[in-house]
Design a protein around this ligand. Structure first.
Ligand SMILES: O=C(O)CCC(=O)C(=O)O
Ligand SMILES: [Fe+2]
Length: 321
């Protein structure tokens, strides 16, 4: 199906203080967030707290220099065989002209420092750390606010300590090569998928490529803008919400002749089991339990297995009731 531009719900976060829930425009924005996540599963957030200059510094001062490093330097970013998707990805089958580098706990200064020391040993990497950590932290503030709005919107009591300890963040920076001479004018670089995690916050820089699928199957191209981020739900949030939140399919297509870069903050469940809280299960009210409890890591392994590859809706195939 063809791709159209500009139909994603847009939500203005400029009047939302992420450190003061319930104040200012919080409640009004919260209602828009719930509506967008229930219908589209995603929205375009106008979020000037990640300033356009800070975003430009992230891509020009950190992301581009990272990908310019030799492959063996980038391969130092790994977390061992049990965590194959946590570090450097490149040269993978089915992911032509795609590379990415990920920092576990990216919003924490120490994690970014350790990553910088690995990538640029014996260099002054203070500016790099400041830029990467600063951007990841601003994106994490938005993720935290949206996560809290969802819990409030669904009427599930917020236990902040529990909510924080149950999640961690992965900050992934990605590079997508423009189509080569022997490819078509537009190439899908990252095939259609749903994210497995809780929420994903995507920062596109100048070159478009992210396409979101609406419920009716149409593909919607999300034009990058210097003050907006795309927020989308993954299958863990979908399962936890007992299917009230939609986890949208999305893909990355490249055209033109410019390399595309993005930075994504994923919130990832830390505890093993994903289970919708009892408040969200209501047989009589038309909300019976839609998914069996499942182990997050086992589901991720299922998604990348041969069996998983056969199913479009992997969550339903894995643990649908
Ligand atoms: O690069 C992007 O804009 C998003 C990539 C993506 O969907 C992912 O890494 O899961
Ligand atoms: Fe994704």
């Amino acid at each position: 199906m063809g791709t159209e531009a500009g139909e994603l719900p847009r939500i203005d976060f400029s009047g939302v203080d992420t450190s003061a829930p319930g104040t200012g425009r919080w409640d009004a924005v919260s209602a828009e967030v719930m509506d967008a996540l229930a219908t589209f599963g995603c929205f375009d957030a106008h979020y000037p707290a990640l300033a356009p200059a800070q975003r430009a510094a992230l891509f020009d001062g950190a992301v581009r220099p990272l990908f310019a490093l030799p492959a063996d330097a980038k391969r130092r970013n790994h977390y061992g065989p049990s965590k194959p998707l946590h570090g450097y990805l490149g040269g993978l089958p089915g992911l032509h002209a795609y590379e990415s580098l990920a920092v576990v706990d990216g919003p924490e200064p120490g994690a970014v420092q350790a990553f910088a020391d690995l990538m640029f040993p014996a260099a002054d990497n203070a500016a790099f750390c400041e830029i990467v950590h600063g951007a990841a932290a601003r994106m994490a503030e938005l993720e935290w606010a949206v996560r809290r709005m969802v819990r409030e919107g669904l009427g599930v009591a917020v236990d902040e300590a529990e909510a924080q300890s149950a999640l961690w963040h992965l900050f992934r920076m990605s590079e997508y090569g423009a189509p080569t001479a022997d490819e078509r004018a537009t190439e899908v670089r990252f095939r259609s998928h749903q994210d497995t995690n809780w929420l994903s916050v995507v920062c596109q820089h100048e070159v478009e490529g992210l396409e979101m699928q609406a419920r009716d199957g149409r593909w919607v191209l999300v034009r990058p803008s210097p003050a907006s981020l795309v927020v989308m739900a993954g299958n863990a949030l979908r399962a936890w919400s007992n299917d009230r939140v939609h986890a949208p399919f999305h893909r990355i297509s490249v055209g033109g002749d410019a390399t595309r870069y993005s930075a994504i903050l994923f919130s990832v469940p830390g505890g093993p089991t994903i289970r919708a809280p009892d408040e969200l299960v209501d047989e009589a009210g038309g909300h019976p339990r839609r998914f069996r409890d499942y182990d997050y890591d086992e589901f991720v392994r299922f998604c990348v297995s041969e069996e998983g590859a056969r199913h479009e809706d992997k969550l339903k195939a894995y643990c649908g009731v």
